[in-house]
Design a binder for this molecule. Structure first.
Ligand code: BTN
Length: 272
């Protein structure tokens, strides 16, 4: 545990990783626009599965729906991994959930705070956002799939390190722990080890092993009352009922019908 992390030390990460064979190439940058964008460009030029990009700082980090991802130097973990799954595109959500599991488990290793996943891939602590996953996929007609899974975790931020409205909705491991923070290199290694395990399960066809890990970390995945908006339609309410085989969230309506939800934007929890 350290109080003021500075820089990102590739040697420390290599040491923490030990001989984790899943990482085929490790690139650590001081500055980048976005680790996802950087790795997508490498993927297009043929980079190997298991290529990992970490940056100390991002100048144009982004999340879902094109939202900016606040990425100051020294404070966060910004990391992307390249996969080349053979499965069809509709299974990409499984990989996203696998990354959320790995991120949440890595945070829990260094924190006793109530860190959990909100479907599909938000990492929260006491209702505030600690991290998130952005998976971006391209299936070129003449080559293997490029699936870039990027994870951002807020690590060393103090109360004044989040700008504007972010300070109300975001948190960090430092804030969650009330002081001490793990080294980002250790956090990255724990995350990559957890992701490697999940990737092995997915490749072996053991989706349920990953889903079980995810469901254990996501208390809202079962029995939580939610309202689902359906565009201009009235929408509906129901209780969450775990994951379907592709990683979508099942919602059981009051009349017993089960709906399957694929987009996070349309679901609102009705519980505190
Ligand atoms: C979200 O919750 O909306 C997902 C946030 C994902 C942010 C990470 S930081 C590393 C990688 N590079 C990016 O530009 N985005 C992801």
């Amino acid at each position: 545990m350290i109080e003021s992390p500075r820089g990102f030390d590739i040697r420390k990460l290599e040491q923490w990783l030990g001989g984790e064979s899943f990482v085929t190439r490790l690139i650590v940058l001081d500055d980048v626009d976005s680790t996802n964008d950087f790795l997508r460009a490498l993927a297009r030029r043929g980079a190997e599965e298991g290529t990992v990009v970490v940056a100390d700082r991002q100048t144009a980090g982004h999340g879902r729906r094109g939202q900016p991802w606040h990425s100051p130097p020294g404070l966060g973990l910004y990391l992307s991994v390249l996969f080349r799954p053979r499965d069809p595109a509709d299974q990409a959500t499984r990989w996203t959930l696998a990354a959320a599991v790995a991120a949440c488990e890595a945070c829990r290793i260094s924190s006793a705070a109530p860190i959990e996943i909100k479907w599909p891939n938000d990492v929260l602590c006491n209702g505030k956002k600690l991290g998130g996953v952005l998976a971006e996929m391209r299936s070129p007609p003449d080559g293997p799939v490029e699936l870039v899974v990027g994870t951002g975790l807020n690590v060393g931020h103090g109360p004044s390190d989040f700008p504007g409205e972010l300070s109300c909705v975001a948190t960090s491991l430092r804030l969650a722990n009330g002081g001490p923070v793990p080294e980002r290199e250790q956090l990255a290694a724990d995350y990559l080890r957890g992701l490697a395990r999940a990737a092995r399960d997915l490749k072996a066809g053991s989706w349920r092993a990953v889903a079980r890990r995810w469901e254990r970390l996501a208390p809202g995945a079962f029995g939580q009352r939610v309202r689902v908006a359906a565009g201009r339609e009235p929408g509906y309410e129901g209780l969450t009922d775990g994951l379907d085989p592709l990683g979508a969230l099942r919602i059981r309506r009051e009349d017993g019908r089960v709906e399957v939800l694929r987009r996070a934007e349309s679901v609102v929890s009705l519980e505190a």
